[in-house]
Design a protein around this ligand. Structure first.
Ligand SMILES: [Zn+2]
Length: 105
């Protein structure tokens, strides 16, 4: 479950922007591969838009096994010790590839 401020109105979507502002870390885990990857919410937003962590989970696919079913995602506040230990998966580049499509008339 995302950790939201007490005063946050119930039902209002807690998006990746909010998570960033609150200093949260996003983690995406594949239970099948037993791999957890950590992301900065702002970089996830770059890639998939300003959505909630539940929507992130629905869109996420494990890069190792390709599974969607085994993937879970959450936001959390890293404790001091954790914050130093976490190795983030950083966004390097979003590459838009040019595709040429022909049609015979
Ligand atoms: Zn996997």
């Amino acid at each position: 479950m995302p950790e939201q401020p007490e005063k946050w109105p119930r039902g209002a979507p807690w998006t990746l922007t909010h998570a960033h502002d609150a200093g949260q870390v996003a983690s995406i885990r594949c239970a099948q591969c037993n791999v957890t990857r950590y992301y900065k919410p702002l970089e996830l937003r770059e890639v998939i838009g300003n959505i909630t962590i539940d929507e992130v989970r629905n869109k996420a696919r494990c890069q190792t096994c390709g599974s969607r079913e085994w993937v879970s995602a959450q936001l959390f506040h890293a404790t001091g010790e954790q914050a130093h230990a976490i190795r983030f998966r950083r966004l390097v580049e979003i590459r838009w590839e040019k595709r040429v499509i022909w049609r015979d008339e």
